[in-house]
Design a protein around this ligand. Structure first.
Ligand code: PA5
Length: 461
């Protein structure tokens, strides 16, 4: 089974000169090696305290068995599955769908999907999107998977209420509850209470697994399994990566090496923008999943200061024509992590249509995936020559196994980076005020309708 491989060479001084890290600092006895050993100790202490439930998920095969059984029984009845969830409760399902299902899954016919359902994820209560989808689908054949760890997130609850009323228009009362599955905390929250009152089926998010670390819990596994994704392979890949990252030596712990290098690039090299650039459309959504993981986990108040890198998703080759100019010649405040993916076995060969046109004929006989990979290698080398550091993760085939490994690599790197920055990577206090103000505006009891400042009309044009 393949395993994602991390190559840090282009982050180091031999490759990028003064803009790189000193390899001696990363080697055993070096100061970054020592720094990681301490961060590793802090993370292990949290693991021992039971805070890092996401590390247990790949090993918890009882959950995946229950998920698979439920997915199989639901899957027979529904042609469309709609996940309602936001942030960590929606991004994982989108990332898995895009990476592991055939391209354009929802546009394929039933037979091409082997009769697995289409998978939609509503992760924003934008009326235009929500209304269009609910109008278009045959709701008699639709399953709504309502995902909320807290069981109270306004965006998700509002979507649930809308969906529920729409389904009630077309199915009998006694059938209504059969169109919903709740994925939420095992004990707490409005969704859990509702499930119990109305006997709506549920799957649990373990209490010690936070939203953005929940992709390998039922939150990501159920939508994946109901569409036929091999969730055991996904968990195997994650388990293998987790097992490979169990020591404090960053010459063997890939997640530790990634976190240490990115943290040092930010705090010592002024490279506070961490670009994740995937050379595959199928990993575009994965870069968005990473963006949320890195941003919400690491952007924190630390004493009197504010810390945290800014994650920036990118896709090659598309962003070579949008962002790479900035990466090459703009401020030296970025480090790029490339995701390299093997071309598919059925790569598309470029035909020799215009043998007399030099500007086109050199492409003939090559393949599109080969071109994409050449673009990645060329961009990496161009950045290197410009003294612009990068790292590359060779993902291999981007199948369920390697994707599981990639998920675990970034989740672990995130908690290591949290320890290196000296912040709690598991909380998100900065989003609370906005939530409370929203509740106030929407009239939720117990939340004041706060007065917002009046705008100065001179500055409204
Ligand atoms: O990562 C997180 O914890 C958040 O992004 C949550 O996933 C998001 O706020 C949704 O929360 P909930 O699952 O409680 O609805």
């Amino acid at each position: 089974m393949s395993h994602p491989l991390l190559d840090l060479n282009n982050l180091l001084r031999p490759a990028v000169g003064e803009y790189g890290l000193d390899p001696d600092d990363l080697a055993p006895g070096g100061r970054l090696h020592q720094r990681f050993a301490e961060a590793f100790g802090a993370v292990e202490a949290r693991r021992a305290a039971g805070d890092l439930g996401f590390l247990e998920l790949p090993h918890s095969r009882e959950t995946s068995r229950v998920v698979a059984e439920l997915a199989e029984s639901f899957g027979q009845w529904f042609s469309d599955v709609i996940v309602l969830g936001i942030g960590g409760s929606g991004l994982g399902a989108i990332a898995l769908r895009e990476a592991l299902l055939p391209a354009g899954w929802n546009e394929l016919g039933d037979e091409e999907r082997s009769y697995y359902p289409r998978l939609h994820v509503l992760d924003n209560p934008d009326p235009r999107t929500v209304d269009a989808l609910l109008d278009r689908l045959d709701l008699r054949k639709a399953l709504f998977v309502v995902v909320s760890k807290s069981g109270s997130t306004a965006e998700t609850m509002a979507q649930y209420l809308v969906a529920r009323e729409r389904v009630a228009r077309v199915v009998d009362d006694d059938k209504l509850r059969g169109h919903f599955l709740f994925i939420t905390d095992p004990e707490k929250g409005a969704l859990r209470a509702l499930a119990e009152t109305e006997e709506i089926p549920t799957l649990a998010v373990p209490p010690n697994v936070g939203g953005r670390f929940s992709i390998l819990s039922p939150v990501g596994l159920f939508p994946a399994a109901i569409c036929g994704i091999d969730i055991e392979a996904l968990l195997d890949g994650a388990a293998a990566m987790e097992a490979a990252c169990r020591d404090g030596d960053l010459t063997t712990n890939a997640a530790g090496a990634l976190a240490t290098a990115l943290h040092a690039a930010d705090t010592e090299g002024g490279k506070s923008i961490h670009v994740l650039m995937a050379y595959a459309d199928r990993l575009r959504a994965f870069t968005l999943w990473f963006q949320q993981l890195w941003a919400e986990s690491l952007g924190k108040v630390k004493g009197d200061t504010h810390v945290g890198p800014t994650p920036l998703p990118a896709v090659g080759a598309t962003d070579q024509h949008a962002q790479v100019q900035l990466f090459m010649e703009g401020p030296r405040d970025k480090v790029v992590v490339f995701l390299a993916v093997d071309p598919p076995d059925d790569d598309v060969v470029i035909p020799d249509v215009h043998p007399d046109v030099d500007a086109l004929s050199y492409l003939a006989g090559h393949a599109l995936g080969e071109l994409l990979d050449a673009e990645r290698r060329a961009t990496t080398e161009a950045l290197r020559r410009g003294g612009r550091p990068s790292a590359t993760i060779e993902v291999g085939a981007a199948d369920a196994h390697t994707l599981g490994g990639l998920v675990m690599l970034f989740e672990l790197a995130t908690v290591y980076a949290g320890a290196l920055y000296g912040v709690d990577s598991l909380d998100q206090p900065g989003v609370e005020l906005g939530k409370r103000l929203t509740y106030g505006l929407m009239g939720r009891s117990g939340y004041e309708a706060t007065a917002f400042p009046e705008p100065d009309e001179r500055w409204r044009f």
